[in-house]
Design a protein around this ligand. Sequence first.
Ligand SMILES: Nc1nc2c(ncn2[C@@H]2O[C@H](COP(=O)(O)OP(=O)(O)OP(=O)(O)O)[C@@H](O)[C@H]2O)c(=O)[nH]1
Ligand SMILES: [Mg+2]
Length: 512
Amino acid sequence: MLPSISAGIWRGAQHILRTRVAPRRTGLCTCAGIPGELCDAGTIFALSSGHGRCGVAVVRVSGPASTTALRCMAGLTHSLLTPRTALLRSITDPQSKEVLDRGLVLWFPGPHSFTGEDSAEFHIHGGPAVITAVLQALGSLPGMRPAEAGEFTRRAFHAGKLGLTEVEGLGDLIHAETEAQRRQALRQMCGDLGRLYQDWTSRLKRCLAHVEAFIDFSEDELIEDGVLNQVDTSVCDLQAEMERHLKDERRGERLRSGVQVVIAGATNAGKSSLLNTLCQRPAAIVSPIAGTTRDVVETALDIGGFPAVLSDTAGLRDSPDLVEREGVRRARERVEQADLTLVVVDCAQLPSDAQQAPAFLQGHLSSILPTQERSQTERCLLVLNKTDLVSEEWRQQLETELRRSSGLPPVCLISCQTNEGLQDFLAALHSSIKALCGDPLSGAPSLTQARHRAHLQQCVAALSQYHRYRDTDLALAAEGVRLALTSLGRITGRVGAEEILDIIFKDFCIGK
Ligand SMILES: Nc1nc2c(ncn2[C@@H]2O[C@H](COP(=O)(O)OP(=O)(O)OP(=O)(O)O)[C@@H](O)[C@H]2O)c(=O)[nH]1
Ligand SMILES: [Mg+2]
């Protein structure tokens, strides 16, 4: 039996909980990365506003023939071209002169355009026939070809309009499904992260210049005393800042890809009922038979603006059944990997003497959570389900005992049957997830990708080389700073960008 959900609860919880329509990275379209050799000159065009019937569609053009397109299809001769001004024009087929639509056209002369090239936009009606006709007309013009996925942004990158971290921020913004993801992506796209890495790059360059000057000129006594001491201090400061940035508990990466929330507990505790209650649909089978769930059932949720991937798992027990044993193995594996574990317990199974409940719950948690997590109470919420089955008097005793005890993670008492306690549980879930993701708008910008982390770790390691050789071999010490600069350059795209561009643009859409 599925629990019936009272409309009142959901109206109240609306600001906290929304089912996310699609898992991450299934945004507007799926596109292959664009091979480097296709990123040539020439004029590209694409539908930028996404597929499907819509009121207005935007077709973008970028490259030297943009003005040809405006002249041949919108009758905008040179004297009529006004930068960044929308003009209502008839849009015609350049060969047959037939009017295809009436819409707005805009001209963005380079270098002050998104791509840095001459660009144009046709804002046309969004019916499939109009879009096809306009795209075909553009394709019939000399020097024009359809754009590849991410090619407009790739051109912007090559024109120096965006750094690599900004490009990644833009990609994340297109895929952002929750408020917090949008905020983090926008901040990155606007260059906050890029500026931080740029600042470190400039400081490292100064260090390198000073060390090299010392190597070249110290014997001629042309270098002031203490130059190397200044470099020592700068390198130490930089290392400390980078290490702080790396020690962010993966908040930014977690926010980007969704917090992994795993529902775990004994059989029949009501784990699947909780999943269904949270996602407001019968995603998992609920039954009174112990051991109903075997496979992991996943669903993506927006919890108060933060992305979460909720996983229901098999009830944890020893079983002779081979299939169930595999389910339990998978459940334990998920708990190991979880950012947050919701340990669900059936209230009615707690000791009848409420005084013994805290110790019982401690023991129960130890059998579920991995050793290193047991002390980290912020990585777990204890959900005591089925409050409708216990007496009010016992429940009050339990709450008193829980308040008295220490060392337990936050406890929520709920009933998936009556929805009692659900509001408080949602508030607790929201604050746990928020703590795991951090506030994307406050403090230093977050590290958002494993790629950044790997290069930064290499950067910090290279700076240790400076300290290692500082007193014995200055050339090797300088090499350490140079390697650190190379690692930073890989993040911002100053070094070896081509090899990572294809990977980054695989998530981009055609038309962006
Ligand atoms: N009275 C009451 N029954 C509940 C509540 N929540 C779940 N149940 C019932 O408890 C039984 C087990 O619920 P499930 O959600 O399937 O439990 P589970 O933890 O997923 O069980 P497994 O998949 O077997 O591990 C079902 O009959 C549910 O209807 C509740 O809050 N109150
Ligand atoms: Mg289940």
